[in-house]
Design a protein around this ligand. Structure first.
Ligand code: SAM
Length: 301
């Protein structure tokens, strides 16, 4: 059973930050504004955080990775639910804020760096003895896709990923072959988990208010991947196919794939496609995850 999490089960010295007044006061006290360039839209509705923590099933056994703690609204609740919380934050102007708001949270470690330049495997080794961590985050929307692709490609590092994303990204993740939203991110997620919608979140739950709606998604990693493939090659094929999505798959892969120094000729790709009944002119957006896996097996046969 999923452990429940409610802010009412805890004492709150000093206070819950995820409210409109607390968030405004913290920013004013430190003379700061939300920075658009870092995608700062702070959560001002604690119930959204409670539901995310509950969906992720966080307990004291867990070591959680939070990307972008901001002023610490989600972090202070995660700190109560988890054994340890490791945060990665790019905006060093928030250092005095977090020193203040998380002063009573002694199980929180903050790494002041860009998540896209962070060695995630090393974080897992250092803070959780190499065992899988759980990710819980309200992601900066300007870099959602690269962050998710990084997390998903780190096999064995994360047992679940529970994240706030733009609603349009959640729709993209859940789309299938043939739809215009379908792409590398949908396939990478399908390889990792069955995406579950935790809750839809309106723009009014953030300060400042974004001009998009949002969705909390929970991805609980499969114990075994749903398809058989050389994972590195599979991800390389998917990336190359959708980097040039207007091209036929044979053209995209013969120009764009470079996997461990391996390059493919157009003829090689066409032969592999035809071997399992796909036309030479097929585009990547028409292939399911199983068909990409079959292609990778054919190419390594
Ligand atoms: N967790 C807070 C909350 O829910 O109120 C803040 C979420 S805000 C949408 C995104 C956070 O990610 C900001 O604190 C921002 O500074 C941080 N951020 C943006 N780009 C980042 C990056 N590349 N690496 C690490 N943190 C980043």
């Amino acid at each position: 059973m999923t452990p429940s999490f409610s802010i009412h089960d805890y004492d709150w010295p000093p206070r819950v930050l995820a409210t409109p007044s607390a968030t405004r006061e913290v920013l004013e006290k430190h003379g700061l504004h939300a920075r658009k360039k870092y995608g700062q839209n702070f959560l001002i509705d604690a119930s959204v955080i409670e539901r995310s923590i509950e969906a992720a099933g966080i307990t004291e056994e867990d070591c959680v990775l939070e990307i972008g703690p901001g002023i610490g609204s989600m972090t202070q609740l995660l700190s109560r639910a988890a054994g340890h919380v490791v945060c990665v934050e790019i905006d060093t102007s928030l250092e005095p804020v977090l020193a203040d708001t998380l002063a009573d949270c002694d199980n929180v470690t903050i790494l002041w760096q860009d998540i896209l330049k962070t060695d995630l495997r090393a974080v897992c080794t250092e803070y959780n003895d190499g065992k899988p961590m759980k990710v819980v985050a309200n992601l900066p929307y300007y870099v959602t896709t690269p962050i998710l692709m990084e997390l998903l490609s780190k096999k064995g590092c994360f047992s679940s990923i529970t994240v706030m994303v733009q609603k349009e990204v959640a729709d993209r993740i859940r789309s299938g072959p043939g739809s215009k939203e379908y792409g590398a991110l949908s396939l990478a997620v399908q390889y990792y988990a069955e995406p579950e919608i935790v809750t839809q979140v309106s723009a009014g739950c953030f300060f400042p208010r974004p001009n998009v709606d949002s969705t909390v998604l929970c991805l609980q990693a499969y114990e075994e991947p749903p398809v058989q493939a050389d994972e590195g090659l599979l991800f390389a094929l998917i990336r190359a196919a959708f980097n040039q999505r207007r091209k036929t798959l044979a053209n995209a892969l013969s120009h764009g794939l470079d996997y461990r120094g391996r390059r493919l000729s157009r003829e090689e790709v066409v032969a592999a496609l035809e071997a399992f009944g796909l036309p030479a002119a097929v585009r990547g957006e028409a292939l399911s995850l199983e068909q990409f896996a079959a292609l990778s097996r054919q190419l390594t046969a």
